[in-house]
Design a protein around this ligand. Structure first.
Ligand code: GLA
Length: 620
């Protein structure tokens, strides 16, 4: 295998432009910062909703097709329900002019024609804005794009000579962002990474002479072959450019590097949404893969920085109008994951049955809930998987998914909702609005591929507070202890470097939490040498039982647990080893805005040391 070469020019650029990264590397990453470091810039307090051209048309799009779907979004009432971004994906470009200015393909977007040939998307974005909508555009972080690399037969590839066909941001970040946001008035940009991965010296694309070489800094198959700081630095340059050119803060930055380059750990600090997987396909198995990449990453999604398992494919293949069960599952699961709800179908032709799926107010409310807590997987029995999402008013949303192709029985119990099992629980079916009550547990029969989804209300087991694992939207694994990123082996194909990341109610490797024989149904599992940031929403105390998890393979090394409030130490545990009983810590959090939960050990082999913040809870 070719040894990974790093361009010295790239490193020089990275060091000049990202002093913050260099500083961060030299500083103690476990030192409290007193501030929430996940991204809150841009417009993503709730996950974005809208429409994107790709799954509907690939590059074969034009102004008429896009505006027809935009009009349908408005006339059908979907816009009023929150679908507001109309995003052009790949295929809008003609070329990059010799002086560097990007030109629009005016035969496809006639309103972009200008007398002097410089082209402008302003009339197009003005039109969308006048309809009460927002406009999104697409680019690549490299010089060239995904379709140029992988879809040579697509109709609307860039034209011209080698340089003119270099339509990506590489070397043009500030100028392009200025054009797209300042001059053309876009509000959203999706940035792909194919240009950083497909144009190496050995690629047929480069050897053919049609494309210039760009040494790959992204490797989808092997996270350790990616130059992670360089990739991150390029995205941070985009963020800086957005702050300059979209100075009103009205932008949304979508990272599209498919879970590669360990983006799990840093994408949330840079962009508003971050892809967790390769492209979705209109097949049930593809949906499950994309779902899985995001489903165990609840702690990595927050208001301002969401997991993106890719756009909706409702309307095609396994999710067309003849597969309503699957289409509804797709929508319900994406709603539960706080995924972007980006319609990817030609709305001119969408039958009412599917329009009703997109327009389901109850599910939209789950996705757009202000609490911003992604659902947590609470159970998996064979093909049956149960997810629970905490809502801002304390209710829960619960989804029961049948992954398999045969009918299945499933049982929901009150404890999975963190409700008492001796008090009634009310479930409201989010598809038909009917209510059912149960006490203790209730069984359901699920059709193949069906997802039952309810809003649930009951008596909480923890009456005077909330477990942190119920509140992933306010828990940020700022440093999650993963030092050698690895793909998650439970997901096929194993691309997403999420293995060992922090988990709600589970160890980093997906087991039940346990400290010295004591099981914790509730808690946060993370590796040692980690720092969790936790936003306090006016609670007065934080209580927790800490210890090295029984699943640790290292029994010798001690871990010290420290809780900080707004940067000041509030509590510290003894040095605890595997086998030591969990130690109770309780801190007064009145007036404290940000808690930081640090687990510190000597040495760097953190993988051997999963630690448990057992029963970690805010109390009133
Ligand atoms: C990549 C992205 C897709 C789409 C295409 C366009 O594959 O992951 O979502 O944008 O590029 O070429």
């Amino acid at each position: 295998m070719r040894k990974h070469k790093i361009r010295s020019g790239m490193i020089g650029l990275a060091l000049i432009l990202a002093p913050s990264i260099a500083q961060a590397q030299s500083a103690d990453p476990l030192a409290p910062t007193g501030r929430w470091t996940a991204n809150t810039d841009g417009q993503a307090a709730t996950p974005p909703m809208g429409w994107n051209s790709w799954n509907a048309f690939f590059t074969d799009m034009d102004e008429e097709k896009v505006l027809a779907s935009a009009q349908k979004i408005v006339s059908s009432g979907l816009a009023a329900k929150g679908y507001r971004y109309i995003n052009l994906d790949e295929g809008w470009w003609e070329k990059r002019r010799e002086d560097g200015r990007m030109l629009v393909r005016t035969e496809k977007f006639p309103s972009a024609r200008t007398d002097d040939g410089s082209t402008s998307f302003r009339p197009f974005t003005d039109r969308l804005h006048a309809m009460g909508l927002k406009a999104g555009l697409y680019s690549d972080l490299g010089r060239n794009t995904c379709a140029q690399a992988y879809m040579p037969d697509e109709p609307n590839l860039p034209r011209g000579n080698v340089r003119e066909r270099e339509v990506g941001l590489y070397g043009h970040i500030d100028r392009d962002i200025g054009l797209y946001f300042g001059e053309w008035g876009f509000d959203y940009i999706k940035i792909d990474g194919c240009g950083l991965r497909a144009y190496g010296p050995d690629s047929a694309l480069v050897k053919s002479g049609r494309y210039r070489e760009l040494d790959p800094i992204l490797d989808l198959r092997d996270v350790n072959k990616s130059n992670i700081p360089a990739v991150r630095n390029l995205f941070e340059q985009v963020k800086v450019a957005l702050a300059r050119h979209a100075s009103d803060g009205d932008y949304l930055l979508s990272l599209c590097i498919w879970g590669s380059a360990n983006v799990r750990s840093w994408g949330k600090d840079v962009g508003n949404i971050s892809r967790t997987s390769d492209d979705i396909a209109p097949r049930w198995d593809a949906l499950l893969t994309n779902f899985d990449t995001a489903a165990t990453r609840a702690l990595y999604a927050h208001p301002g920085s969401w997991n993106d398992p890719d756009m909706l494919f409702i309307g095609k293949g396994d999710f067309d109008e003849h597969h309503l069960v699957e289409a509804q599952s797709h929508f319900a699961l994406w709603a539960m994951l706080n995924a972007p709800l980006l319609i990817g179908t030609d709305l001119r032709k969408t039958p009412p049955l599917l329009m009703d799926v997109f327009g389901n107010d109850r599910l939209i409310a789950i996705n757009q809930d202000r609490g911003g807590h992604q659902a947590v997987v609470v159970d998996r029995q064979g093909d049956i998987q149960t997810l629970v999402k905490t809502l801002a008013n304390g209710d829960k949303a619960v989804a029961i998914l049948n992954r398999g192709s045969t009918s299945q029985d499933a049982t929901l119990n009150a404890a999975q909702l963190k409700f008492r099992n001796d008090a009634p629980v009310r479930l409201v079916d989010l598809w038909n609005g009917t209510a059912v009550d149960f006490t203790g547990e209730r069984s359901f029969r699920l059709a193949p591929h069906q997802t039952l989804v309810f809003r649930a209300n009951g008596a909480r087991s923890l009456t005077d507070g909330m477990y942190l694992s119920e509140l992933p939207g306010v828990v940020n694994p700022a440093v999650d202890g993963v030092v050698r990123p690895k793909p998650d082996p439970t997901i096929e194909p194993p691309i997403y470097a999420g293995w060992g990341g922090a988990q709600a109610d589970r160890t980093p490797y997906g087991r039940g939490l346990q400290v010295a024989g004591r099981h914790f149904v509730n808690g946060v599992g993370i590796l040692s040498n980690s720092r969790l940031e936790v936003k306090n929403q006016h609670y007065r105390r934080l209580t927790v039982s800490v210890g090295v998890d029984n699943s640790a393979t290292d029994a010798k090394r001690p871990v010290t647990f420290i809780i900080y409030g707004d940067g000041r130490p509030l509590a510290r545990s003894a040095a605890l080893r595997r086998g030591d009983a969990a130690q109770d810590l309780a801190v007064n959090t009145s007036g404290v805005k940000l808690l930081e939960l640090v687990a510190r050990s000597e040495g760097t082999d953190n993988e051997a040391l999963p630690v448990t913040w057992g029963d970690a809870a805010f109390r009133r």
